[in-house]
Design a protein around this ligand. Structure first.
Ligand SMILES: [Fe+2]
Length: 399
C-alpha cells in the first residue's frame, strides 16, 4: 500500500500464459486483492495452484482474544506492563491481545522461537512494532528483514512467519480490522508521497524474493484466522513457490528512526506525530526531537480532553522519570471521559527544555477500547492516582 513494487519474473501482460523457465510448466496466478477488486492489489505467480490443499481442520493453536469478565470498571487512566506477559513460544501462539474494539486489537508478545508454520490473518492488517529482537518475516512476497524499533506491516491475508535471530524478542502489535493505509494527506494526486510527508518512499524496506531452495525447505502448514477462529491447513507446497510478483499490496518494514518529526514555535498537537492510519484509529510515532522554539514556550504538552478518542501509548525508550511507574515496555490507556496530560509539576518544570529523547508509539481510537483477561493480569493499579503526586524533575512529556 506504499507504492508499486516488483520482484522476480512476470509475463508482459497479466492473465496470459506464463511458463516456468525452470521446466516449462504453466504457472498459476494469484490475484491478491483488497476492497473486493477495487483496492490495492498484487499479482503473484506460483508453481502450484494456490487453491490446492491436502487437508484442513479446526485448530486449537493460535493466540486468542479473551474479553475480561464482570462489571465495567471505573473510568480511570490505566497502565499495563508488557514485560509481564508470558515469554516463550512462537508468534503464532505468543501474541497476547490486551485491548480491543471492533476496529483494532492491540497485543503484546514475547516470543522466543521462530514460527514453525505460516500464519494468515484473515481478520485484519497487522502492524507490528519491534521493541526488542531482530530477524526476518518470511512471506510469498519475499524475506523481509526487521530490526529493533522497526514497524513491520503485514497485509491481511498474507502468509507469513516470524524468524527470529535470538530468543529475547518483544513485539507490540496492532491488528487493524478496518484496514491499514498511509494517511491521505501524505500523498499527492498521483499517489506519490509528498515532499512534506513524514517519510519518503526510500524509507521503507521491501521483501526480497527467495529462491526455489527456500520454498522447498519451508513449512507446508498454514494457520489461518478468521472471525477469531483458527484453521490448520496442510498444503502440497509451501506458499513460497513464487517466481515473481508485482503490485501495491505487500509487506513492508519501516524504521521509526526514519519518521521525520516537526517542531513549531509553540507546542503542536499530537496530529504531527501521525504515521499510519487505520479504519477507526491512527498510529503515531514520538521520536527524539528538538522542542518548541519560542523563548517562552512550554514544551510539555498541555493537559487535554480529547472527547472522541481513547489513547494508548507504548513507551519504548527514553526518559520517563516524570511518569511514576512508567518505563520501557509500559502501556498507558487514557480513555475519553478523563482529562489527561503531564503529571503535576512536569508542565512547569519543562520550561526551557530544548529537546526530548522519548521514543513511543501511540494509538488513538475513535471507538472505546475494552480489555482482556490478560490485560487485567498485567495492569499496574496505582497509575490513575499517580497524578496526585507532584514531580519536580525537569522533563518534557509526550502525552
Ligand atoms: Fe493525549
Amino acid at each position: 500500500m506504499i507504492d508499486r513494487w516488483t520482484q522476480g519474473l512476470l509475463p508482459a501482460k497479466p492473465h496470459t500464459v506464463f511458463r516456468d523457465p525452470d521446466g516449462g510448466a504453466l504457472l498459476y496466478e494469484e490475484c491478491f486483492t483488497r476492497l473486493g477488486f477495487d483496492g490495492p492489489y498484487s499479482i503473484l505467480y506460483h508453481r502450484h495452484a494456490p487453491t490446492d490443499e491436502v487437508a484442513s481442520e479446526v485448530s486449537d493453536r493460535g493466540f486468542r482474544l479473551e474479553p475480561a469478565e464482570g462489571e465495567p470498571l471505573p473510568l480511570r487512566r490505566r497502565l499495563f506492563d508488557s514485560g509481564a506477559v508470558h515469554a516463550g513460544g512462537a508468534m503464532l501462539d505468543a501474541r497476547c491481545p490486551i485491548l480491543f474494539n471492533p476496529d483494532v486489537t492491540i497485543s503484546v508478545a514475547r516470543p522466543s522461537l521462530s514460527d514453525d508454520a505460516f500464519v494468515v490473518n484473515g481478520d485484519g492488517d497487522d502492524v507490528f512494532f519491534v521493541e526488542r529482537g531482530a530477524g526476518s518475516v518470511q512471506t510469498p512476497f519475499g524475506l523481509l528483514p526487521f530490526h529493533p524499533h522497526d514497524y513491520v506491516v503485514v497485509p491481511k491475508g498474507c502468509p507469513h512467519r516470524f524468524l527470529f535471530d535470538g530468543e529475547e524478542n518483544r513485539i507490540f502489535g496492532i491488528e487493524c480490522r478496518q484496514g491499514f493505509h498511509v494517511p491521505a494527506q501524505f500523498r499527492n494526486d498521483a499517489g506519490q508521497l509528498k515532499m512534506d510527508a513524514a517519510y519518503t518512499h526510500r524509507d521503507f524496506v521491501r521483501p526480497v524474493l527467495e529462491g526455489r531452495a527456500a520454498a522447498d525447505a519451508a513449512p507446508r502448514t498454514v494457520y489461518g484466522k478468521r472471525h477469531d477462529a483458527w484453521t490448520k491447513r496442510t498444503l502440497p507446497a509451501s506458499p513460497l513457490d513464487v517466481v515473481g510478483w508485482d503490485g501495491y499490496a505487500y509487506p513492508v518494514a519501516f524504521p521509526i528512526s526514519k519518521f521525520q518529526p516537526k517542531t513549531g514555535m509553540i507546542h503542536l498537537p499530537p496530529t504531527i506525530h501521525i504515521t499510519f492510519a487505520a479504519g477507526g484509529a491512527v498510529i503515531c510515532s514520538f521520536v527524539p526531537r528538538v522542542t518548541d522554539t519560542h523563548e517562552n514556550a512550554i514544551p510539555c504538552p498541555y493537559p487535554h480532553t480529547s472527547v472522541d478518542c481513547d489513547e494508548v501509548i507504548f513507551y519504548v525508550d527514553g526518559n520517563f522519570t516524570s511518569r511514576r511507574g512508567v518505563g520501557n515496555g509500559s502501556i498507558s490507556l487514557h480513555p475519553a471521559g478523563v482529562s489527561h496530560g503531564p503529571h503535576p509539576g512536569a508542565y512547569e518544570a519543562s520550561i526551557g527544555a530544548r529537546r526530548t529523547e522519548e521514543l513511543a508509539v501511540m494509538i488513538d481510537t475513535f471507538r472505546p477500547l475494552a480489555w482482556t483477561k490478560a490485560a487485567e493480569k498485567i495492569e499496574r493499579g496505582d497509575y490513575h492516582d499517580s497524578w496526585k503526586i507532584r514531580v519536580d524533575k525537569p522533563t518534557t512529556e509526550i502525552t
